[in-house]
Design a protein around this ligand. Sequence first.
Ligand SMILES: [Zn+2]
Length: 204
Amino acid sequence: MQKIPHLFSNADGVAASFSRDESLANAQAFADTNKLALVRMLQRHTAKYMIVTERKPQVIDAVDALITKQRGVLLAVKVADCLPILFSHPSGIVGAIHAGRAGTTKKITQKTLQALTTEFGIRENLTVWFGPRICKECYQVNKQTDEHYDLVTENSKQVQAVFSDSQAKIIISEHCTAHHNSEWYSYRTEGKGVAMNWFVVGLL
Ligand SMILES: [Zn+2]
């Protein structure tokens, strides 16, 4: 488990990543240790987000982003090449997004962050963290034309469609799941049945 630095400007937030050989069980243990209710998603590459209001463990089907201002909840996202995004606002709001190519094309990140403005009135001071994902070089999406897809660039554009550079700070992990495959699971590198890297964020 690694704590994710610089995501919070105050001390009551927690965020962590669970890399190779660190299963869901460890994410659950982290939740238990911090007395947090773990809320997971059955991710289906949608552009749907959900606002979590209850402090209870849940598995929510068919959403790919979670937002909460409920203390005592730990939001989780799992990926193996897709981009995990965590965000926090000092007023006490956190969120997690699963942004693969399909969800990115459907604008999952833009729609989720838009909800911060419409549902919570947030206009500035947002911190957004892009976790380890497959990089553009490693993510060829068309062999014949050698087309590559850049999850970081596309999702950065979606952040910037809602918040200017001075309103939201984006922190980008330097790790690619394929380039750094000794540390992270990668679907493209390891194939079907690969395990997942887990990322969590919550407010104590
Ligand atoms: Zn790479």
